[in-house]
Design a protein around this ligand. Structure first.
Ligand code: GA4
Length: 330
């Protein structure tokens, strides 16, 4: 405790018990996107965990690595140089502060707006053309994967048309966000049996999130019994999260997964995350194809009707760890 009190570097950062190596997610679903069984495997994983690892996804390794090395180059600049790309809100560089209501984490990041399949022209950072080109190449590729995954979700749920979900992120004006996170090693806590919270527990508000990270682990997900498990890192794979909006669209069948990131005391973690959200005016309500299906006849929506714009506004008023869907439950 005395040691922590004299460690100003981690002041205001919540601490977590260091992950126990025995708490690795042994039963993590691994889905091969190129296999015919993918739709069913994806739907099963989304129902059980709201989370799965995706392999054979088609994003070339060098597209991921090019972006990773540009991100490392960006974050290795001086603090003053990086601050010129801030503040993070609405878009840009941020450090330690997450959201607008006092959440803190042991990370720095770029929060970026995506329009159609590339960085939005209205998003002026990063300014480096080589970094922008790497971002655009990666975003175009990962968004295609998001569309294929959402089509597979529809197929796995047995609903038509197959683009019932994916059309929300491909629609004109869809609200897509991209985030590059850097979790520097937190040397101050090395050997103390606790770790700095990189990104505190939360669910993602959007429909789906696709994450790629370098070889440093740190991501943890909460299982439905509340137990936290660590997700082993895999730099070739993508990790897919179900977000709050997709939970509502499936009337609770798919689970929006609670997750967090623990900072490593020795190694940097860099993650690249695509968040697929719908246009602001999109109504978020269970798909009619999933409502007439209950064994007891017509099934009712478990949620009040709302638009993505209303949900997003409420999300930005909340703290990171809040249960944001609670106020929209019927
Ligand atoms: C979580 C998912 C995305 O990273 C994000 C985050 C956003 C932010 O960092 O600004 C939020 C968070 C996220 C949920 C609740 C609000 C908004 C921080 C926060 C406290 C970009 C998003 O869309 O929602």
């Amino acid at each position: 405790m005395v040691v922590l009190a004299s460690t100003p570097a981690v002041d205001n950062i919540p601490l977590l018990r260091s992950p126990d190596p025995g708490d690795y997610f042994a039963g993590m679903p691994v889905v091969d996107l190129s296999s015919p069984g993918a739709p069913k495997a994806i739907a099963d994983a989304c129902e059980r965990f709201g989370f799965f690892k995706l392999v054979n996804h088609g994003v070339p390794l060098d597209t991921m690595e090019r972006l990773e090395s540009e991100a490392v180059r960006f974050f290795s600049q001086s603090q003053a140089e990086k601050d010129r790309s801030g503040p993070a809100y609405p878009f840009g560089y941020g450090s330690k502060r997450i959201g607008l209501n006092g959440d803190m984490g042991w990370l720095e990041y770029l929060l970026l707006a995506v329009s159609s399949a590339s960085l939005s022209g209205a998003c002026p950072v990063p300014t480096c053309p080589v970094f922008r080109a790497a971002l655009n190449e990666y975003i175009a590729a990962v968004r295609k994967v998001a569309v294929r995954v959402m089509e597979a979700m529809a197929e796995g749920l047995g609903i038509v048309p197959l683009d019932a979900l994916s059309s929300m992120v491909t629609a004109e004006g869809s609200d897509q966000v991209f985030r590059v996170n850097h979790y520097p090693p937190c040397h101050a806590l090395q050997g103390l049996g606790c770790s700095a919270t990189g990104f505190g527990e939360h669910t993602d508000p959007q429909l789906v999130s696709l994450l790629r990270s370098n070889g440093t682990s740190g991501l943890q997900i909460a299982l439905q019994d509340g137990r936290w498990v660590s997700v082993p890192s895999d730099r070739d794979a993508l990790f897919v999260n179900v977000g709050d909006s997709l939970q509502v669209l499936t009337n609770g069948r798919f689970k929006s997964v609670k997750h967090r990131v623990v900072a490593n005391s020795l190694k940097s973690r860099v993650s690249l995350i695509y968040f697929g959200g719908p246009p602001l005016a999109q109504r978020i309500a269970p798909l009619p194809q999933l409502l007439g299906r209950g064994e007891l006849g017509e099934q009712q929506s478990a949620y009040k009707d709302f638009t993505w714009s209303e949900y997003k506004k409420a999300a930005y008023k909340s703290r990171l760890g809040d249960n944001r869907l609670a106020q929209f439950l019927k």
